[in-house]
Write a protein that binds this ligand. Structure first.
Ligand code: NAD
Length: 368
């Protein structure tokens, strides 16, 4: 039987509540698909500070290093101890540290809006077609956020000059393009590559490189789109997109724009992928939202983002495609059956019943 090691770091706020439901669903999936998951839980964030004096305790980091992948909740409680220095606060000391530690270069943000949740989407129903289903693949370690030089200079006379540099190498583009094409092969086989090739040197190299890599994936239809048009098309006709491939900054912006179409932060998973060795990809999987302190501990949070993050983990780290698809189908089924946490509840829908975090987990696990 195949055997995989997962570090489960629930973190703060709603983290432990939604993680419990994701593990419940993983256990149901494990039973049906004949693999074994060794899931080890460890504290992170304020939970790490409380347990071991550090947002990322040494034992938690060691567990992550020994694991095949990380299922993460979320960290940070804005009202806790404002005197702690920035670099020791959970968002930096745990989250950014882990992303760096595992060289996570590809960020995957799927946005899917089932028809039953049309009311939760800010776009008119006519623009939603048969449901929105987009995967934004964002390059995470290059581009403007990291390029050198990066500095602010004094020019005299009270003037300053701030410099950020957008840099990409061919191999960085090739690496993320492969992730995007492979992801498209698992979906509807269409890839829209986003760039600004009409203005930026980076855009020209991006377009040339993606086109060349695309020849290795003849079953995927490739199109190119300028980023300004991409932002507009997401609002006008989101159903035209399957996979959108973006460099770091464009992906940061467009993935949030696309996220707004999903109706609720509680529905949106994400994956950050690192190196692939021996057929397994190290990945970090987390909900797109944060710790939601306003609803924490009340059985109100929507666990679907965390549950769908665990489906991404099975697919992208372990290649367990059938099991991942079963979880995604089970989520759609649970929603189809009228199960709604508060964030996606529509009082005008007579088929909808308002339920809590654990009941949503039960519904999805039962559907698996
Ligand atoms: P948030 O995402 O926690 O909450 C924003 C709004 O969305 C709130 O109204 C919340 O109730 C709602 N929401 C979020 N997830 C939900 C869910 N699963 N079900 C139902 N509703 C949900 O953002 P925030 O309030 O700006 O941040 C709170 C804390 O979380 C901060 O300390 C922030 O730094 C941290 N944070 C952490 C991560 C992370 O760990 N990756 C990401 C974002 C924010």
């Amino acid at each position: 039987m195949k055997n995989f090691n997962i570090a489960a770091l629930a973190g703060d706020g709603i983290g432990p509540e939604v993680m419990r439901e994701a593990i419940k669903v993983l256990r149901a999936t494990e039973k049906n698909f004949g693999f074994q998951l060794n899931i080890t839980e460890a504290p992170v964030g304020w939970a790490g500070i409380d347990a071991a004096g550090k947002a990322l305790p040494d034992t938690t980091l060691a567990l992550c290093q020994q694991s095949d992948s990380i299922l993460f909740g979320s960290v940070g409680l804005p009202d806790r101890d404002p005197t702690i220095p920035k670099e020791e606060r959970p968002e930096r000391a745990a989250l950014l540290r882990l992303r760096k530690e595992f060289s996570l270069f590809a960020n995957l943000r799927p946005v899917s809006l089932p028809k039953a949740l049309a009311h939760a989407c800010p776009l008119a129903k006519e623009r939603q077609g048969d449901g929105i289903d987009i995967l934004v693949v964002r390059e995470l370690t290059g581009g403007m956020y990291f390029g050198q030089p990066k500095k602010t200079e004094e020019l005299g006379n009270g003037q300053q000059r701030a410099i950020d540099t957008m840099v990409y190498t061919t191999s960085e583009i090739e690496r993320i393009a492969h992730v995007a094409f492979k992801s498209a092969q698992l979906r509807r086989k269409k890839l829209t590559s986003i760039d600004k090739a009409n203005v930026l040197e980076n855009g020209i190299l991006w377009r040339e490189t993606v086109t060349r890599i695309g020849k290795q994936y003849p079953d995927v239809t490739l199109e190119h789109m300028f980023v300004d048009n991409g932002a507009m098309q997401l609002m006008l006709k989101p159903t035209q997109f399957d996979v959108m491939l973006c460099e770091n900054m464009f992906g940061d912006i467009l993935s949030d724009e696309a996220a707004a179409l999903g109706g609720s932060l509680g529905m949106l998973p994400s994956a950050s992928l690192g190196a692939t060795t021996g057929g397994q990809t190290f990945g970090f999987y987390e909900p797109a939202g944060g710790t939601a302190p306003d609803i924490a501990g009340k059985n109100l949070a929507n666990p679907i983002a965390q549950i769908l993050s665990s489906a991404l983990l099975l697919r992208h780290s372990f290649g367990l495609h059938d099991a991942a698809a079963a979880i995604e189908k089970a989520v759609t089924q649970a929603i189809h059956d009228g199960n709604r946490t508060g964030d996606i509840f529509n009082p005008l829908d007579p088929t909808a019943k308002k339920i809590g975090t654990s009941q949503m987990g039960d519904a999805v696990a039962a559907a698996v």
